[in-house]
Design a protein around this ligand. Structure first.
Ligand SMILES: Cc1ncc(COP(=O)(O)O)c(C=O)c1O
Length: 395
């Protein structure tokens, strides 16, 4: 039975106002500075952020762009991907991973995921090469903020001589099992500053990062119509620039990113323990395999930045669980209700239902809980207690 006090608690999925309240005094002067300078496109704030992000992501070059979707397009274009090429990616990710491939006239080749981590399944990836002869690149996605199995992905890519573009939209600062930042081992790492990301701007934004000088120079041109020098165009790029107001805000926020990440990790560890004590196990075990029918995230070695904290419940009750949580004023989200191979716009690719069972099952069972750093202990307890109570009632 919930106490009267607990039922009064409102818990949004993400509370950006709470975060802003802690940095308002740092943000206002830099925004004012940009306005006074009237220097909105390019300029010192962009240069500064690009240097800071390159250092943070352990890359030689970072190039700001308009959003994380364009970042993938820029990376693919720099790798020479175009019409007729194939690009392999996990089917369980945000749409932009595949949409960016399609925007260049290339064909997204989808593969299944590891059911424990939701990241690309190396076995499924290797199998894809059996039937695809025009693969130019692989895009592993570090989903929810946990590193994909890069050792396997890079070995497969080297073997087949294809590029690796790491989609780090949800994973800035994530580290793999060796303690290496994601985005720095593949050819290019792509990042999003969408407001709900751990490093979120005050609008759209993105960045590409690489250790390769040539690729860096190429993406710098491509984000600005392929122009170099001014009004001379060797290639066709696009207008995908990050603006100075965003850069100013992001430089301030970057200073807090590790502390915010640590707060998310603390919340995650607390949830894990609470759910374990209630009889749940982690997502390495199927949700119908016994114990409380709730699975908390399985952790690989490395640094998970918890852009999302995603649990699993039985597919038959998942939507009811979410409805009940909403009634109790707890924000949740389904990332993602449909895998990409099942999207209407990709019907032409001809994937049949059941072809990627782990992704299809995840799409039915997952639910994301509030994990943001400013979550209070009372809010966190309310979320966990309510979820366990609902799962027990509906199971
Ligand atoms: C995995 C992934 N890739 C790409 C993107 C695209 O980023 P943006 O929304 O900045 O275009 C997102 C954003 O949600 C994402 O989560």
């Amino acid at each position: 039975m919930l106490t009267a006090q607990a039922t009064d608690i409102n818990v949004p999925l993400l509370d950006l106002k709470a975060q802003y309240a802690t940095i308002r005094d740092e943000i206002e002067p830099v925004v004012h500075e940009v306005i006074e300078s009237q220097y909105f496109i390019g300029g010192p704030k962009i240069d500064q952020l690009e240097k800071e992000i390159a250092a943070y992501c352990s890359c030689k070059h970072a190039i700001g762009c308009a959003n994380g979707s364009d970042a993938i397009v820029l990376a693919l274009q720099a790798m020479g991907v175009g019409p007729g090429d194939e690009v392999i990616l996990p089917t369980y990710t945000f749409f932009a991973t595949a949409g960016s491939v399609s925007r260049l006239g290339a064909r997204p080749i989808m593969v299944d995921i590891d059911p424990a981590t939701y990241n690309i399944c190396p076995k499924s990836l290797e199998e894809a090469f059996g039937c695809c002869k025009k693969v130019k690149a692989i895009i592993p996605v570090h989903l929810f903020g946990q590193a994909a199995d890069l050792d396997s992905v890079l070995a497969i890519a080297t073997n087949h001589k294809v590029a690796v573009i790491e989609d780090c939209a949800q994973a800035i600062g994530t580290e793999d099992h060796r303690g290496v930042r994601v985005g720095s081992r593949g050819d290019i790492g792509t990042y999003s500053f969408f407001p709900s990301k751990n490093l979120g701007g005050f609008g759209d934004g993105g960045i590409v990062a690489t250790n390769n000088d040539e690729l860096g120079a190429c993406m710098k041109r491509l984000r600005n119509h392929g122009m170099e020098p001014k009004y001379f165009h060797k290639e066709i790029g696009m207008n995908s620039r990050l603006d100075a107001l965003q850069a100013a805000v992001l430089s301030v926020k970057l200073r807090h990113l590790d502390a915010w990440g640590a707060a998310r990790q603390k919340n995650a560890a607390w949830y894990d323990t609470f759910f374990k004590d209630a009889g749940a196990t982690d997502s390495r075990t199927a949700v119908d395999a016994g114990g409380l029918a709730l699975r908390y995230p399985a952790l690989n070695k490395g640094r998970h930045i918890y852009n999302q904290y995603v649990v699993r419940v039985a597919g038959a009750i998942r939507d009811q669980v979410r409805d009940e949580m909403t009634k109790r004023k707890i924000g949740t989200e389904i990332y993602y209700p449909l895998s990409l191979h099942q999207q209407e716009c990709y019907a032409n690719l001809g994937y049949r239902a059941g072809v990627f069972p782990h992704a299809e099952r995840a799409a039915k069972e997952t639910i994301a809980l509030p994990i943001f750093g400013e979550l209070t202990a009372a809010q966190r307890t309310h979320v966990a207690q309510t979820l366990v109570e609902i799962v027990r009632k509906l199971s």
